[in-house]
Design a protein around this ligand. Structure first.
Ligand SMILES: Nc1ncnc2c1ncn2[C@@H]1O[C@H](COP(=O)(O)OP(=O)(O)O)[C@@H](O)[C@H]1O
Ligand SMILES: CC(=O)OP(=O)(O)O
Ligand SMILES: [Mg+2]
Length: 403
Protein backbone atom coordinates (compact mmCIF):
# COMPACT_ATOMS: atom_id res chain seq x y z
CA UNK A 1 0.00 0.00 0.00
CA UNK A 2 1.32 3.43 -0.99
CA UNK A 3 1.20 6.52 1.24
CA UNK A 4 0.95 9.87 -0.50
CA UNK A 5 2.04 12.88 1.56
CA UNK A 6 1.01 16.46 0.87
CA UNK A 7 2.75 19.37 2.58
CA UNK A 8 1.16 22.61 1.61
CA UNK A 9 3.05 25.63 2.88
CA UNK A 10 2.11 29.25 2.42
CA UNK A 11 3.88 29.55 -0.93
CA UNK A 12 4.38 25.97 -2.05
CA UNK A 13 3.08 22.42 -2.17
CA UNK A 14 5.54 19.62 -1.54
CA UNK A 15 4.61 15.99 -2.02
CA UNK A 16 6.13 12.53 -1.81
CA UNK A 17 4.78 9.08 -2.58
CA UNK A 18 6.13 6.32 -0.35
CA UNK A 19 5.66 2.61 -0.72
CA UNK A 20 5.00 0.68 2.49
CA UNK A 21 7.96 0.70 4.90
CA UNK A 22 10.28 2.60 2.58
CA UNK A 23 11.81 5.96 3.39
CA UNK A 24 12.86 6.69 -0.19
CA UNK A 25 9.96 7.95 -2.26
CA UNK A 26 8.68 6.62 -5.60
CA UNK A 27 8.26 10.22 -6.64
CA UNK A 28 8.46 13.60 -5.01
CA UNK A 29 8.04 17.15 -6.04
CA UNK A 30 7.51 20.77 -5.37
CA UNK A 31 5.09 23.33 -6.74
CA UNK A 32 6.61 26.70 -5.89
CA UNK A 33 5.74 30.38 -6.31
CA UNK A 34 2.03 29.52 -6.19
CA UNK A 35 -0.07 32.54 -7.11
CA UNK A 36 2.82 34.31 -8.82
CA UNK A 37 3.09 34.53 -12.62
CA UNK A 38 6.10 32.20 -12.79
CA UNK A 39 5.05 29.11 -10.82
CA UNK A 40 7.36 26.14 -11.25
CA UNK A 41 6.65 22.44 -10.76
CA UNK A 42 9.64 20.17 -10.18
CA UNK A 43 8.62 16.52 -10.33
CA UNK A 44 11.18 13.81 -9.54
CA UNK A 45 10.39 10.18 -10.27
CA UNK A 46 12.08 6.84 -10.81
CA UNK A 47 11.90 5.05 -14.13
CA UNK A 48 13.77 1.81 -14.90
CA UNK A 49 15.85 2.43 -11.75
CA UNK A 50 16.89 5.87 -12.96
CA UNK A 51 16.14 9.20 -11.19
CA UNK A 52 14.39 11.57 -13.60
CA UNK A 53 13.27 15.16 -13.20
CA UNK A 54 10.53 16.97 -15.03
CA UNK A 55 10.26 20.78 -14.85
CA UNK A 56 6.94 22.36 -15.75
CA UNK A 57 6.46 26.11 -15.86
CA UNK A 58 2.79 27.05 -15.88
CA UNK A 59 0.26 29.24 -14.12
CA UNK A 60 -0.73 27.80 -10.73
CA UNK A 61 -3.17 30.37 -9.36
CA UNK A 62 -3.82 28.63 -6.05
CA UNK A 63 -3.26 25.51 -3.95
CA UNK A 64 -6.29 23.74 -5.46
CA UNK A 65 -4.91 24.08 -9.00
CA UNK A 66 -1.53 22.89 -7.70
CA UNK A 67 -3.04 19.77 -6.16
CA UNK A 68 -4.86 18.95 -9.38
CA UNK A 69 -1.62 18.98 -11.42
CA UNK A 70 0.19 16.91 -8.79
CA UNK A 71 -2.57 14.26 -8.73
CA UNK A 72 -2.47 13.97 -12.51
CA UNK A 73 1.35 13.62 -12.64
CA UNK A 74 1.27 10.39 -10.60
CA UNK A 75 -0.54 8.49 -13.35
CA UNK A 76 0.45 10.54 -16.42
CA UNK A 77 1.24 8.37 -19.48
CA UNK A 78 4.96 7.77 -19.88
CA UNK A 79 5.96 8.90 -16.36
CA UNK A 80 3.38 7.11 -14.20
CA UNK A 81 4.66 5.75 -10.87
CA UNK A 82 1.35 4.05 -10.04
CA UNK A 83 -1.21 2.35 -12.29
CA UNK A 84 -4.17 4.13 -10.79
CA UNK A 85 -5.08 6.18 -7.77
CA UNK A 86 -6.52 3.09 -6.05
CA UNK A 87 -2.97 2.00 -5.19
CA UNK A 88 -2.73 4.83 -2.67
CA UNK A 89 -4.06 3.50 0.64
CA UNK A 90 -3.49 6.60 2.76
CA UNK A 91 -2.90 10.29 2.16
CA UNK A 92 -1.07 12.19 4.89
CA UNK A 93 -1.74 15.91 5.03
CA UNK A 94 0.34 18.48 6.88
CA UNK A 95 -2.08 20.71 8.76
CA UNK A 96 -0.55 23.80 10.28
CA UNK A 97 -3.02 24.61 13.06
CA UNK A 98 -4.70 21.95 15.19
CA UNK A 99 -5.59 24.25 18.10
CA UNK A 100 -6.28 22.76 21.51
CA UNK A 101 -8.60 20.04 20.20
CA UNK A 102 -6.46 18.39 17.51
CA UNK A 103 -3.25 17.53 19.33
CA UNK A 104 -2.14 14.33 17.58
CA UNK A 105 -2.15 12.58 14.20
CA UNK A 106 -5.72 11.66 13.30
CA UNK A 107 -7.93 10.20 10.57
CA UNK A 108 -9.79 13.04 8.84
CA UNK A 109 -13.55 12.88 9.38
CA UNK A 110 -16.15 15.58 8.64
CA UNK A 111 -15.81 16.59 12.32
CA UNK A 112 -12.02 16.98 12.00
CA UNK A 113 -12.50 19.11 8.88
CA UNK A 114 -14.91 21.37 10.77
CA UNK A 115 -12.33 21.83 13.54
CA UNK A 116 -9.62 22.69 10.97
CA UNK A 117 -12.03 25.19 9.37
CA UNK A 118 -12.83 26.75 12.74
CA UNK A 119 -9.12 27.60 13.00
CA UNK A 120 -8.99 29.58 9.70
CA UNK A 121 -8.66 32.92 11.52
CA UNK A 122 -5.62 31.56 13.40
CA UNK A 123 -3.80 30.26 10.30
CA UNK A 124 -5.14 32.35 7.43
CA UNK A 125 -2.26 31.55 5.06
CA UNK A 126 -2.42 27.81 5.68
CA UNK A 127 -5.56 26.08 6.98
CA UNK A 128 -7.78 27.16 4.03
CA UNK A 129 -5.21 25.66 1.61
CA UNK A 130 -5.12 22.44 3.65
CA UNK A 131 -8.89 22.00 3.43
CA UNK A 132 -8.76 22.56 -0.34
CA UNK A 133 -5.92 20.01 -0.51
CA UNK A 134 -7.92 17.49 1.54
CA UNK A 135 -11.03 17.97 -0.58
CA UNK A 136 -9.16 17.59 -3.89
CA UNK A 137 -7.36 14.57 -2.44
CA UNK A 138 -10.66 12.95 -1.42
CA UNK A 139 -11.73 13.21 -5.07
CA UNK A 140 -8.44 11.96 -6.53
CA UNK A 141 -7.95 9.15 -3.96
CA UNK A 142 -11.51 8.20 -2.97
CA UNK A 143 -10.46 4.83 -1.48
CA UNK A 144 -7.63 6.21 0.66
CA UNK A 145 -7.73 7.00 4.38
CA UNK A 146 -7.08 10.73 4.71
CA UNK A 147 -4.87 11.53 7.72
CA UNK A 148 -3.95 14.88 9.27
CA UNK A 149 -0.57 15.48 10.92
CA UNK A 150 -0.38 18.77 12.82
CA UNK A 151 2.39 21.34 12.98
CA UNK A 152 1.21 22.27 16.46
CA UNK A 153 1.43 18.73 17.90
CA UNK A 154 5.18 18.67 18.67
CA UNK A 155 4.81 21.80 20.80
CA UNK A 156 2.16 20.37 23.13
CA UNK A 157 5.09 19.63 25.48
CA UNK A 158 5.66 23.35 26.15
CA UNK A 159 5.46 24.14 29.87
CA UNK A 160 2.68 26.51 30.87
CA UNK A 161 5.12 29.33 31.68
CA UNK A 162 6.17 29.23 28.02
CA UNK A 163 2.76 28.85 26.40
CA UNK A 164 0.72 31.40 28.37
CA UNK A 165 0.41 35.09 27.56
CA UNK A 166 0.37 37.57 30.43
CA UNK A 167 -3.24 38.61 29.90
CA UNK A 168 -6.15 37.69 32.21
CA UNK A 169 -6.73 33.93 32.67
CA UNK A 170 -10.20 34.09 31.11
CA UNK A 171 -8.73 34.71 27.66
CA UNK A 172 -6.90 31.39 27.86
CA UNK A 173 -9.75 29.50 29.53
CA UNK A 174 -12.59 30.83 27.35
CA UNK A 175 -10.86 31.49 24.05
CA UNK A 176 -7.82 29.20 23.99
CA UNK A 177 -5.52 32.21 23.53
CA UNK A 178 -2.05 30.79 24.12
CA UNK A 179 1.16 29.94 22.30
CA UNK A 180 0.65 26.91 20.04
CA UNK A 181 3.84 27.00 17.99
CA UNK A 182 4.22 25.72 14.43
CA UNK A 183 6.57 23.92 12.03
CA UNK A 184 6.42 21.15 14.65
CA UNK A 185 6.71 18.37 12.06
CA UNK A 186 9.96 19.91 10.86
CA UNK A 187 11.33 20.72 14.35
CA UNK A 188 10.55 17.13 15.41
CA UNK A 189 12.18 15.61 12.33
CA UNK A 190 15.38 17.68 12.36
CA UNK A 191 15.86 17.47 16.12
CA UNK A 192 15.48 13.67 15.89
CA UNK A 193 18.01 13.50 13.05
CA UNK A 194 20.42 15.82 14.91
CA UNK A 195 20.22 13.72 18.09
CA UNK A 196 21.00 10.58 16.06
CA UNK A 197 23.88 12.37 14.29
CA UNK A 198 25.30 13.64 17.58
CA UNK A 199 24.56 10.32 19.27
CA UNK A 200 23.15 12.30 22.16
CA UNK A 201 19.54 11.72 23.21
CA UNK A 202 19.56 14.41 25.94
CA UNK A 203 20.97 17.12 23.67
CA UNK A 204 20.00 20.75 24.19
CA UNK A 205 19.21 21.87 20.66
CA UNK A 206 17.98 25.04 19.04
CA UNK A 207 16.28 24.21 15.75
CA UNK A 208 16.02 27.10 13.31
CA UNK A 209 13.49 26.56 10.53
CA UNK A 210 13.95 29.27 7.89
CA UNK A 211 11.57 28.87 4.95
CA UNK A 212 8.99 31.32 3.74
CA UNK A 213 7.63 31.01 7.26
CA UNK A 214 10.38 31.00 9.90
CA UNK A 215 10.44 29.71 13.46
CA UNK A 216 12.77 28.40 16.14
CA UNK A 217 12.36 25.81 18.86
CA UNK A 218 14.28 25.01 22.03
CA UNK A 219 14.36 21.21 22.06
CA UNK A 220 15.63 19.63 25.25
CA UNK A 221 16.06 15.85 25.20
CA UNK A 222 13.72 15.54 22.21
CA UNK A 223 10.95 17.70 23.70
CA UNK A 224 9.99 21.17 22.53
CA UNK A 225 10.21 23.48 25.56
CA UNK A 226 9.80 26.83 23.81
CA UNK A 227 9.13 28.11 20.32
CA UNK A 228 8.99 31.45 18.56
CA UNK A 229 5.60 31.38 16.83
CA UNK A 230 2.55 31.91 19.01
CA UNK A 231 -1.23 31.79 18.77
CA UNK A 232 -0.71 32.01 15.01
CA UNK A 233 2.30 31.55 12.67
CA UNK A 234 2.87 35.32 12.73
CA UNK A 235 4.95 35.81 15.86
CA UNK A 236 8.69 35.53 16.33
CA UNK A 237 11.19 35.72 13.51
CA UNK A 238 11.14 38.03 10.51
CA UNK A 239 9.75 35.95 7.62
CA UNK A 240 9.18 36.18 3.86
CA UNK A 241 6.00 38.23 4.20
CA UNK A 242 5.30 38.20 7.98
CA UNK A 243 6.54 40.71 10.53
CA UNK A 244 7.28 38.36 13.44
CA UNK A 245 7.37 40.01 16.93
CA UNK A 246 5.91 43.48 16.99
CA UNK A 247 4.63 45.71 19.80
CA UNK A 248 0.83 45.16 19.86
CA UNK A 249 0.46 48.94 20.20
CA UNK A 250 1.46 49.34 16.57
CA UNK A 251 -1.85 47.70 15.65
CA UNK A 252 -3.81 49.80 18.13
CA UNK A 253 -2.17 52.92 16.75
CA UNK A 254 -3.02 52.03 13.14
CA UNK A 255 -6.59 51.08 14.07
CA UNK A 256 -7.20 54.24 16.13
CA UNK A 257 -5.28 56.83 14.16
CA UNK A 258 -5.41 55.47 10.63
CA UNK A 259 -8.73 53.58 10.74
CA UNK A 260 -7.18 50.26 9.73
CA UNK A 261 -9.72 47.41 9.75
CA UNK A 262 -8.84 44.01 11.23
CA UNK A 263 -8.74 42.64 7.69
CA UNK A 264 -6.27 45.31 6.60
CA UNK A 265 -4.12 44.64 9.65
CA UNK A 266 -4.16 40.89 8.97
CA UNK A 267 -3.04 41.49 5.38
CA UNK A 268 -0.43 44.03 6.43
CA UNK A 269 1.24 41.78 8.99
CA UNK A 270 0.89 38.44 7.16
CA UNK A 271 1.39 39.34 3.52
CA UNK A 272 3.03 42.76 3.21
CA UNK A 273 5.58 42.73 6.00
CA UNK A 274 8.78 40.81 6.78
CA UNK A 275 11.37 40.75 3.99
CA UNK A 276 8.64 41.71 1.51
CA UNK A 277 7.89 44.91 3.43
CA UNK A 278 11.55 45.73 3.93
CA UNK A 279 12.84 45.03 0.41
CA UNK A 280 9.87 44.52 -1.92
CA UNK A 281 10.82 40.82 -2.29
CA UNK A 282 9.99 37.74 -0.25
CA UNK A 283 12.25 35.18 -1.90
CA UNK A 284 15.67 35.13 -0.23
CA UNK A 285 17.33 34.22 -3.53
CA UNK A 286 16.21 37.60 -4.92
CA UNK A 287 17.18 39.46 -1.75
CA UNK A 288 20.64 37.89 -1.53
CA UNK A 289 21.26 38.91 -5.17
CA UNK A 290 20.40 42.50 -4.17
CA UNK A 291 22.62 42.24 -1.05
CA UNK A 292 25.53 41.09 -3.19
CA UNK A 293 25.01 44.13 -5.41
CA UNK A 294 25.31 46.41 -2.39
CA UNK A 295 21.61 47.26 -2.13
CA UNK A 296 21.17 49.10 1.19
CA UNK A 297 17.59 47.94 1.84
CA UNK A 298 18.62 44.31 1.31
CA UNK A 299 21.61 44.80 3.64
CA UNK A 300 19.42 46.21 6.41
CA UNK A 301 16.79 43.51 5.91
CA UNK A 302 19.42 40.72 6.18
CA UNK A 303 20.90 42.36 9.30
CA UNK A 304 17.46 42.57 10.91
CA UNK A 305 16.57 38.99 9.89
CA UNK A 306 19.77 37.60 11.43
CA UNK A 307 19.63 39.84 14.53
CA UNK A 308 16.17 38.52 15.45
CA UNK A 309 17.44 34.93 15.18
CA UNK A 310 20.48 35.75 17.33
CA UNK A 311 18.23 37.12 20.07
CA UNK A 312 16.17 33.93 20.12
CA UNK A 313 19.34 31.81 20.26
CA UNK A 314 20.37 33.73 23.38
CA UNK A 315 16.92 33.34 24.89
CA UNK A 316 16.70 29.61 24.26
CA UNK A 317 20.22 28.88 25.50
CA UNK A 318 19.10 30.63 28.71
CA UNK A 319 15.78 28.71 28.79
CA UNK A 320 17.65 25.37 28.59
CA UNK A 321 20.65 26.46 30.67
CA UNK A 322 22.96 25.26 27.93
CA UNK A 323 23.39 24.56 24.27
CA UNK A 324 24.79 21.53 22.46
CA UNK A 325 23.93 22.46 18.89
CA UNK A 326 22.05 24.85 16.67
CA UNK A 327 20.38 23.27 13.67
CA UNK A 328 19.60 25.19 10.47
CA UNK A 329 16.88 23.84 8.22
CA UNK A 330 14.29 24.59 5.46
CA UNK A 331 14.73 26.52 2.20
CA UNK A 332 16.80 29.40 3.60
CA UNK A 333 18.45 27.53 6.50
CA UNK A 334 19.70 24.76 4.21
CA UNK A 335 20.79 26.91 1.26
CA UNK A 336 21.58 30.46 2.30
CA UNK A 337 25.18 30.67 3.51
CA UNK A 338 24.91 34.44 4.02
CA UNK A 339 21.99 34.12 6.44
CA UNK A 340 23.84 31.44 8.46
CA UNK A 341 27.00 33.54 8.48
CA UNK A 342 25.23 36.67 9.79
CA UNK A 343 23.43 34.64 12.48
CA UNK A 344 26.64 33.04 13.76
CA UNK A 345 28.82 36.19 13.75
CA UNK A 346 29.94 37.41 17.21
CA UNK A 347 28.31 34.50 19.02
CA UNK A 348 31.51 32.95 20.41
CA UNK A 349 30.48 33.80 23.99
CA UNK A 350 27.82 31.09 23.53
CA UNK A 351 30.37 28.73 22.04
CA UNK A 352 29.13 29.27 18.47
CA UNK A 353 31.94 29.58 15.91
CA UNK A 354 31.24 28.96 12.25
CA UNK A 355 33.76 27.47 9.81
CA UNK A 356 33.33 29.91 6.93
CA UNK A 357 34.71 27.57 4.31
CA UNK A 358 32.39 24.72 5.26
CA UNK A 359 29.52 27.20 5.41
CA UNK A 360 30.04 28.32 1.83
CA UNK A 361 30.34 24.80 0.40
CA UNK A 362 27.19 23.23 -1.01
CA UNK A 363 26.32 19.74 0.11
CA UNK A 364 23.67 17.13 0.68
CA UNK A 365 22.56 15.45 3.86
CA UNK A 366 23.52 16.49 7.37
CA UNK A 367 26.49 18.88 7.49
CA UNK A 368 28.53 20.09 10.45
CA UNK A 369 29.65 23.68 9.88
CA UNK A 370 31.31 24.27 13.24
CA UNK A 371 34.89 25.48 13.49
CA UNK A 372 37.15 23.25 15.63
CA UNK A 373 36.96 25.81 18.48
CA UNK A 374 33.15 25.87 18.50
CA UNK A 375 31.76 24.49 21.79
CA UNK A 376 28.28 24.23 20.30
CA UNK A 377 27.90 22.34 17.05
CA UNK A 378 26.41 24.15 14.07
CA UNK A 379 24.48 21.71 11.90
CA UNK A 380 22.53 21.89 8.69
CA UNK A 381 19.89 19.16 8.72
CA UNK A 382 17.71 19.04 5.60
CA UNK A 383 14.14 18.84 6.78
CA UNK A 384 11.85 16.12 5.47
CA UNK A 385 8.40 16.94 6.74
CA UNK A 386 6.91 14.49 4.24
CA UNK A 387 8.89 11.53 5.62
CA UNK A 388 7.95 12.50 9.19
CA UNK A 389 4.28 12.66 8.11
CA UNK A 390 4.55 9.24 6.41
CA UNK A 391 6.10 7.79 9.60
CA UNK A 392 3.30 9.20 11.72
CA UNK A 393 0.66 7.90 9.27
CA UNK A 394 2.22 4.41 9.39
CA UNK A 395 2.23 4.53 13.17
CA UNK A 396 -1.45 5.52 13.28
CA UNK A 397 -2.43 2.89 10.70
CA UNK A 398 -0.44 0.30 12.65
CA UNK A 399 -2.29 1.26 15.83
CA UNK A 400 -5.73 1.25 14.20
CA UNK A 401 -5.31 -1.94 12.15
CA UNK A 402 -3.07 -3.76 14.62
CA UNK A 403 -0.35 -4.16 11.94
N1 LIG B 1 19.31 28.32 -2.87
C1 LIG B 1 18.65 29.13 -2.05
N2 LIG B 1 19.26 30.19 -1.48
C2 LIG B 1 18.58 31.02 -0.66
N3 LIG B 1 17.29 30.85 -0.34
C3 LIG B 1 16.65 29.81 -0.86
C4 LIG B 1 17.28 28.88 -1.74
N4 LIG B 1 16.38 27.94 -2.08
C5 LIG B 1 15.23 28.27 -1.46
N5 LIG B 1 15.38 29.39 -0.73
C6 LIG B 1 14.40 30.09 0.08
O1 LIG B 1 13.55 29.18 0.71
C7 LIG B 1 12.22 29.71 0.76
C8 LIG B 1 11.23 28.59 0.72
O2 LIG B 1 11.54 27.72 1.78
P1 LIG B 1 10.57 26.51 2.08
O3 LIG B 1 11.07 25.85 3.30
O4 LIG B 1 10.44 25.68 0.87
O5 LIG B 1 9.25 27.37 2.35
P2 LIG B 1 7.74 27.06 2.63
O6 LIG B 1 7.64 25.63 3.08
O7 LIG B 1 7.42 28.01 3.71
O8 LIG B 1 6.99 27.33 1.37
C9 LIG B 1 12.11 30.58 -0.48
O9 LIG B 1 11.29 31.68 -0.22
C10 LIG B 1 13.52 31.00 -0.72
O10 LIG B 1 13.64 32.30 -0.17
C1 LIG C 1 3.63 27.50 9.78
C2 LIG C 1 4.27 28.07 8.56
O1 LIG C 1 4.59 29.24 8.54
O2 LIG C 1 4.48 27.25 7.53
P1 LIG C 1 5.26 27.56 6.15
O3 LIG C 1 6.61 27.98 6.52
O4 LIG C 1 5.25 26.24 5.41
O5 LIG C 1 4.52 28.65 5.46
MG1 LIG D 1 7.44 24.88 4.90
Amino acid sequence: MEIFVINSGSSSIKYQLFSQDSSSPLCSGLVERIGQPDALITHKYRQHDEEKVLYIQQQVPDHEAGMQVVGELLTRDGIAVIRDSGQVGAVGHRVVHGGEKLTGTTVITPGVKDKIKALYPLAPLHNPGHIKGIEVSEKIFPQAVQIAVFDTAFHTSLPEKAFRYAIPDSFYKNHGIRVYGFHGISHQYVSGEAMKYLNHTDAKLITIHLGNGCSMAAVNGGKSVDTSMGLTPLDGLIMGTRSGCIDASVLLYLAERENYSTEQLTTLLNKQSGMQGLTGHNDMRDISALYNNGNARAELAYEMYAYRIKKFIGAYAAAMNGLDAIVFTAGVGENDALARDLVCRNMDFLGIKLDNEKNSEKGNGIRDLSAPASRARILVVPTNEELEIARQCRQLLGETTGR
